[in-house]
Design a protein around this ligand. Structure first.
Ligand SMILES: [Zn+2]
Ligand SMILES: [Zn+2]
Length: 285
């Protein structure tokens, strides 16, 4: 069967389309990745294709393990192969995409197994750093489908700094509503979990003298970077009136590169290793 070659799929959600255009205008250099983000959210919101995915969670997983640890996720082979081909053609203009095994790539991405992704990239002759980003975008529709299916099972109180569903470190912190409750948000599966104000998500530091924030000197001042002097970790934060939509988490992250640069310039960094090393299996149906 022949597939259409037009790869940019415009998203049905007008707010999302508008926000993507805005970020595109501010960061022309991120055009390549914005195209991927746009395609990933169009895919995630198409719903039907991934709605058949099913998660079998492991009931005997350790207490501190995210819900997807040791899970068995069934996906329609036809959907996965089509989506993987779309993403690779969009990101690499079709180069060598035939050498990639979609199940391996998706499984490595869900487990945030960068070593495995790097191995796949080297075997296929693809730039390692590019494939890491591509892999995460490939996993986004499935991770969001899984998180939606698991909403009811997310523990009401979750003390870990990593996502209770997929084990990723938070992409950003929200200070939500009038009460300014602090919610950490996952940029992969979009799960949010409430966290205390003074606690580093990465190392658990609670000593206020070791916790601070960086704020821009001029321009927009509502967004900040929370920093920890114990582990040198940082997470961007912003006030919100309501929980951010999944796409807002990803786009707000992309739109705040200057905050990122400010943190890196001052010696802060994001942890290299995932919050929790997930083991999950993808099974095709
Ligand atoms: Zn997550
Ligand atoms: Zn810390």
């Amino acid at each position: 069967m022949l597939w259409p070659l037009t790869k940019r799929r415009h998203v049905a959600n007008p707010q999302l389309a508008q926000r993507i255009d805005q970020v595109r205008g501010q960061n022309p250099e991120s055009e390549r990745w914005l195209g991927l983000v746009e395609a990933a959210f169009a895919e995630a919101q198409a719903g039907e294709a991934w709605a058949h995915a099913a998660v079998g969670i492991a009931t005997d997983r350790p207490v501190r393990a995210p819900l997807l640890h040791h899970a068995r996720i069934t996906v329609r082979g036809r959907v996965l192969h089509r989506w993987c081909r779309d993403v690779l053609e969009l990101a690499l203009e079709g180069a060598r995409s035939r050498d990639l095994e979609p199940v391996q790539l998706l499984e490595a991405a869900i487990c945030q197994d960068d070593e495995r992704i790097d191995g796949i990239a080297q075997n296929a002759g693809i730039d390692v750093a590019s494939l890491r980003v591509i892999a995460q975008m490939t996993a986004l529709p499935l991770l969001q489908t899984c998180a939606r299916a698991l909403t009811e099972q997310v523990p009401a109180s979750w003390w870990e700094g990593y996502c209770p569903v997929c084990g990723a470190w938070p992409t950003l912190a929200e200070f939500r509503g009038l009460e300014r409750k602090r919610w950490l948000r996952c940029g992969r599966c979009a799960t949010g979990w409430e966290a205390s104000w003074l606690r580093c998500p990465f190392c658990g530091e609670t000593e206020h003298t070791n916790l601070g924030y960086l704020a821009p000197e001029e321009g927009e001042t509502t967004r900040k970077v929370e920093v920890c002097d114990s582990c040198k970790g940082y997470v961007k934060s912003e006030p919100t009136v309501r929980p951010l939509a999944a796409w807002e988490v990803v786009l707000d992250d992309l739109a705040t590169v200057p905050l990122e640069v400010a943190a890196l310039d001052r010696g802060y960094h994001r942890p290299e290793r995932p919050g929790f090393v997930l083991e999950a299996r993808i099974v095709l149906i």
